[in-house]
Design a protein around this ligand. Sequence first.
Ligand code: CP
Length: 359
Amino acid sequence: MDNRGYANGIRHFIDTDAFTKEEILDIANLSLKIKNCIKNGYNPPLLKGKTLGMIFQQSSTRTRVSFETAMEQLGGHAQYLGPGMIQLGGHETIGDTGRVLSQLIDIVMARVIAHKTVVDLADACTIPVLNGMSDWNHPTQEIGDLCTILENLPKGKKLEDVKVVFAGDGTQVCASLGMLCTKLGMTFVQYGPKANFMQENLKCLSDPNYAYPDYIEIMEKNCKESGGSYLITDDREAVKGADFIYTDVWYGLYESETPKEERVAKFQAYQVNRELMQLGNLGCKFMHCLPATRGEDVTDEVADSEISLCWDEAGNRLTAMRGLLVYLTQYQREQAPTELQQACAKEQLEKFMAERGIN
Ligand code: CP
């Protein structure tokens, strides 16, 4: 895959670094336009006749449900390909799986354990591939979060004036948020314990020779281009002036989960609670990708308050999926058959069937 997200002449959505600021804003604005359309009673059939394959190597609520609903609402169909349901992970390689799916469906998303898997899938596919979260990033979450931020911009501010503080563990959601904010010219802070700062030179678990792109290099480059800034710190002062305070769970989900006492000892000081929210600007809003561990990464008081956007964010996963699916399938338009080609194919089929007495 090249650095613009193309492989085999097809554009994939593996990370937002492959997209320009204008393209990311285009996707978010398309997503919001479709949202408005559906809210007003019209479901545009933009994915009519299209099938999405959804590969899940891990569990999911928001990603799975939002992709499937997005396809349904826009006239398409989604197939859930969960762990143990397809040959992947047995003797069929990710590359062969990609080549086969390209013959059977129109677009595919994958939630994977190792980021390399979704990159390899895109390299093999001749249909667009979306990254539904890897150990390196969570780009569909980024588009949903951008929609939520755009819908809740502080009065009188534009994106470039906004400060976003991520409190806690330097997860892939934290890294994705940092890459998004810096791309768009915003101010980004990770406020967390030193041992859990966003990692430089993150290692790939499945292949130690595979070099993951470096978050810090990407954010540096983004800031030079956009005028944004970033800070990774354990200094509580850095939370001051936040317009949005964001958090994620305090431990890796799945097999890398750490014991409760250990994570509480490490992260308690970074919990999003009333006191932390009060360091933000007047009107500062709370964000969380969810799932949340109530009483750990966020208190009930904040999660359930009027300043909490986490439920809107979950809704905007659907907003983002619709926009992304339409945006990526539009890239196929040039290769799509013309009306004349369709009419000729239909005529040939009808003639073939009529000659054989098939109705
Ligand atoms: N935020 C998110 O990706 O949620 P799921 O793991 O439920 O998909």
